[in-house]
Design a protein around this ligand. Sequence first.
Ligand code: FES
Length: 114
Amino acid sequence: MSERRLMEGIGTKHRRFACTVDELDKGTSMTVPGDIPIALFRTDEGDFYATADICTHEEWSLGQDSDLEGNEVICPLHMARFDIRTGRPLCFPATVALATFGVEIIDGNVYVLG
Ligand code: FES
């Protein structure tokens, strides 16, 4: 039985395989490589969200090294916080939103759309 779920976002041009659902633990993240690296997050509730991988403040990979609290990602370099559902910055020093991307789950595989 296939599960198909689409979360709307921008940059939905190409479907890119990220991982299987079971490969990304709840409360963690990963970077999906590509022309535009994408950070894929899985919340404690099990929801998947995707944003641009690089913090908008300076160069830091949020998919590889960040803290996830609920629907907020914290960049460890200068402690900026973003809402992973919208990309919106929640505190300084970040003032620019992260781009967001759609996530699709098909037959236990997770894809980012961007
Ligand atoms: S690089 Fe992310 S807060 Fe500065």
